[in-house]
Design a protein around this ligand. Structure first.
Ligand code: ADP
Length: 914
């Protein structure tokens, strides 16, 4: 068509372009002379052709040409899909210029129903049903498939109330509410109310919505620009009869999505085709610029009726669309709605039929008043005439009711016209829905989508073929999406109650989550107490007094000074691997050749023929080792193999090794820390403070074995029931209490126990207990890292939980993330409190105002968790403000360290010799 996109042609232009001057243009010119009435601006007068006007020979061509105008190709549909998607994405980012064609209004509905919602809810509907007000009482049972019919009452709003002062309208509403509650034996205390207010509003919260302008014949003074929820609350209070909490204000599209029956796939799109049309869907909150929220989801009302107002629909507009638009009360606006909404379908059909009649193609060239009057043909007529099963007699009857005199051949053409108009509407609607589905794929970063769309509105109700064309076209446009359509049940009412119920459920679940996690959130005072207790335990341990810290002297008396040289062999027994390293320490630095052997479980838990091991930790449980000198065990093992001649110089624990290996790079490194499978720390203590070792001068590295801190009960006040469960199920109940709150072997288990608890409360996984979550160690500590690295998309969380076979909803992912964060944060803070105790001790030992010190750290949890190291450092800074602490990650941890211990020992021996 030769129109420039975006330009709406004047009727005269249109006529010249497509029709020969004659009947049609006369019709509109004639109508121009009649003033605006009601919804449409003009009306026409009926008429018949001059006697004997022959049916033009090209009448079938003209009919075909009209029908063809309503054909939309799949390319055009794809263009519309892409164009709407662009507009939606532009509006989401808050980009104001050029003005986006759709508004994308957040509705503050954060979740869809779980089916577990229960309770009694009142709904007040204003504006959904014309000049009446409806009150509903909805009981949700919390059990799927079990529904209680809502009770409702409708009140006619007197004309003077619709046009009077706003306070009068809201007082009227409050009185209706009170009357309804009087008539129904219900418990009135603490009632929760959802307010369906179907007028254009600017919503800024679930219960905060400002009326932009009245529509639908309402014109109460003093309401525009006001928060309608507050006006309702005030009126209820003035009424004074009962305590009602207005929880949510909801539009009918959202009500449709929320009110639909719960199926197997989540229903996260609402589609309404009624008088007008609109859709909403669950968007990731972080994509909605106006919200400034980076977590969770929010329902966005697209307001897609205005799509095309910028000209995007130019290629599919027919002459009839242009005329319809020109004649409407809002020319140029709501262009998309005018091709789809029920208010307009009848009108489009009427225009085409009138045009064909005017050209002698239909009804013997006769028109009627109904055919020429706006609103003369209704949606219901169109649906019925199109329905082949209704039979031609029915079509005849309808046309005769419209004052027409159909001939035998007319019914078929009328049917075709109705079908053409409705098919196009359904296809355009499908293109728009396809844009929403593509948007969902984008925002969730998912290739495929399984989703349910709730449908509501009179077009769906009256016109079954609309849905089948919609479905077919959606499949064509987004074949990768598996979409099911669910008709909404009493959309408005149940849906609004559902919004209220979901808000109540979310609030209750949030409270339970907060209560559960509260003991994990340690404040500064609590951490300072841990630090002080650690200091005391260190002191006692060094003195040889009873203490949960053994404070073992390691006989390492110095950290490297860089002058060490030589080749050293080191054996490193870690949590999972046994490594043999050849370490070459030279002027150029340290070179390491190593071979890794994984430790079979039968060896780790078999007999111990391998310092004196005090007790195994980290899942090791080999017999005959505790209390034995492991150096002797190793020497004997080497002799049994008779492989080579080696001198075993030093036994080095991995913590010491870590400190030493970092010390080679940084001489200020005087603390070693491990946070891997287990946790431990060591540091350089003044020899004079170490009771068990002779001599007062110099230093000695003390292996704190701090995993056992708290085994005397000092951590009991911080310990939660989840810690107790993890401890009880461990191979060493009551032992390594500090380690069990911090290290990799246990964090996943703590999280699992919390998840079990939250499931039992119904907060997670819809309360469904699964075998998988009951399985010990199923929730790996590395999941915490993955989940917490992913705080935005939550895709990892979803993938991990789905892998574990957990029946998750979108609310679950966020809560699981919060659980992980609480557990790892506490671990890092406790670890930080320990480090703060150590560095403060070093500072006081040396009588320094300020200490600058480095901590060498190793362990996968510390290194790979996205926040752990930062939180440790922050805690240390908070609790030991006079110490400037640098954390160094050891690169070839304990093996290199062991070699360096040996190297330093050799260096010291040489020095002593000299
Ligand atoms: P070890 O302490 O046994 O010598 P590591 O320092 O490698 O060895 O720690 C291994 C432990 O780290 C595992 O038991 C596991 O709990 C934890 N872990 C493994 N991967 C990760 C990860 N990506 N994030 C956090 N912790 C992890």
């Amino acid at each position: 068509m030769p129109h420039i996109e975006g330009q709406v042609p004047r009727p005269e232009e249109t006529d010249q372009l497509l029709f020969s001057p004659g009947g049609y243009s006369q019709l509109w010119n004639h109508m121009d002379s009649i003033g605006p009435v009601g919804l449409w601006q003009e009306e026409g007068a009926p008429g018949c052709p001059q006697e004997g006007l022959p049916c033009s020979p090209d009448s079938s061509e003209l009919a075909q040409e009209c029908l063809n105008q309503f054909k939309v190709t799949s390319t055009q549909l794809r263009q519309i899909q892409a164009s709407l998607l662009r507009s939606m994405e532009q509006a989401l980012t808050g980009q104001a210029s050029p003005a986006p064609a759709v508004r994308m209004l957040p509705t503050y509905v954060e979740s869809t129903p779980h089916g577990t919602e229960q309770g009694d809810f009142v709904v007040l509907e204003l504006g959904a049903t014309g000049a009446s007000l409806r009150v509903l009482w909805v009981t949700l049972t919390g059990t799927e498939g079990h529904q209680i019919e809502p009770r409702s009452q409708e009140f006619l709003i007197p004309q003077e109330v619709m046009l009077g002062p706003g306070q009068q309208l809201f007082d009227f509403a409050a009185r209706c509410l009170s009357e309804f509650l009087d008539a129904h034996p219900v418990d009135r205390q603490g009632l929760q109310l959802g307010f369906n207010f179907s007028f254009p509003c600017h919503q800024t919260g679930l219960d905060k919505s400002t009326l932009i302008s009245w529509t639908k014949g309402f014109r109460c003074s003093g309401v525009e620009g006001q928060d309608v929820v507050q006006l309702l609350r005030d009126a209820i209070e003035r009424q004074g009869a009962c305590s009602i909490d207005v929880v949510a204000v909801v539009n009918d599209t959202v009500g449709t999505m929320m009110g639909c029956e719960l199926g197997t796939v989540p229903c996260e799109v609402g589609l309404v085709v009624d008088t007008g049309t609109n859709a909403c869907y669950m968007e990731e909150a972080r994509h909605v610029a106006v919200l400034d929220e980076d977590r969770g989801r929010v329902c966005v009302s697209i307001e897609w009726g205005s799509f095309g107002d910028d000209g995007a629909l130019g290629s599919v507009l027919t002459t009839f669309d242009r005329i319809l638009d020109q004649e409407s009360l809002n020319p140029g606006a709501q262009r998309f709605e005018k091709m789809i909404g029920g208010l307009y379908l009848g009108e489009l059909v009427r225009q085409v039929l009138a045009h064909l009649a005017q050209h002698g193609v239909l009804f013997g060239g006769c028109t009627s008043r109904a055919l020429l009057s706006r609103g003369g043909i209704l949606l219901e007529h169109v649906a019925e005439m199109e329905d082949a099963s209704a039979g031609t007699a029915r079509v005849h009857a309808i046309l005769r009711d419209l004052g027409l005199n159909p001939g035998a051949s007319d019914t078929e053409l009328v049917r075709h016209v109705c079908a053409a108009v409705c098919t196009r509407a359904a296809q355009l609607c499908a293109a728009a829905l396809a844009a929403v589905l593509t948007r969902l794929q984008h925002s969730r970063e998912q290739q495929t989508l399984q989703i349910a769309v709730a449908t509501g509105g009179r077009v769906f109700e009256h016109h079954p073929r609309f849905l089948s064309v919609l479905q077919e076209t959606v499949t064509l446009l987004v074949p990768e999406c598996d979409v099911s359509f669910i008709p909404s049940v009493d959309g408005g009412g149940r849906g609004v109650a559902m919004v209220t119920a979901v808000a109540a459920r979310l609030a209750a679940h949030r409270r339970l989550l907060e209560e559960t996690l509260a003991p994990f959130r340690l404040n500064r005072e609590q951490l300072a107490v841990v630090q002080a207790q650690m200091r005391e335990a260190m002191f006692k341990g060094l003195q040889g007094e009873a203490s949960s810290l053994r404070m073992l002297p390691t006989y390492v008396r110095a950290t490297p000074d860089g002058s060490e040289r030589g080749d050293f062999l080191a054996l490193d027994l870690g949590g999972t691997n046994f490594r043999v390293l050849l370490v070459h320490v030279a002027t150029e630095g340290v070179q390491i050749t190593n071979q890794v052997y994984s430790i079979p479980e039968c060896v780790a838990q078999g007999s111990g023929q391998q310092g004196i091991l005090l007790n195994w930790t980290k899942g090791f449980n080999a017999s005959d080792c505790e209390g034995q000198d492991v150096v002797r065990l190793l020497r004997e093992a080497l002799e049994r193999r008779q492989a080579m001649k080696l001198t075993v110089v030093a036994i080095v624990n991995d913590t010491v090794g870590t400190m030493m290996s970092c010390g080679y790079e940084d001489p200020r490194c005087e603390v070693g820390l491990i946070v891997g499978t287990g946790t431990n720390a060591c540091y350089m203590e003044e020899l004079r403070n170490v009771a068990g070792v002779a001599g007062d001068l110099g230093h000695m590295c003390i292996n704190m074995e701090w995993g056992a801190f708290g085994d005397d009960g000092s951590l009991d006040t911080l310990s939660t029931c989840f810690d107790a469960s993890v401890d009880q199920a461990s191979i060493n109940p009551g032992k390594q209490r500090f380690e069990k709150m911090i290290s990799g072997m246990y964090l996943g288990e703590i999280v699992r126990h919390i998840l079990l608890h939250l499931t039992s409360l119904g907060v997670l996984f819809r309360g469904q207990q699964t075998q998988s979550l009951q399985t010990r160690d199923i929730f790996k500590t590395k999941f915490l890292s993955e989940i917490e690295s992913d705080s935005l998309a939550l895709r990892q969380v979803r993938a991990i939980l789905e892998d574990l076979g957990l029946p998750l909803t979108s609310d679950d992912t966020l809560m699981v993330l919060e659980v992980c964060q609480a557990v790892s944060q506490r671990a890092a803070q406790l670890c930080g409190a320990g480090v703060a105790a150590v560095v403060e001790k070093i500072r006081e030992n040396r009588g320094l105002e300020e200490l600058t010190v480095s901590v060498g750290v190793d362990g996968t949890l510390y290194k790979l968790h996205p926040h752990f190291s930062r939180l440790v450092a922050a805690t240390v800074q908070e609790l030991a403000p006079c110490c400037a602490v640098t954390f160094l990650q050891s690169e070839d941890g304990s093996g290199k360290g062991a070699a360096l211990v040996t190297a330093v020992a050799c260096r010291l021996a040489k020095q002593a010799h000299v």
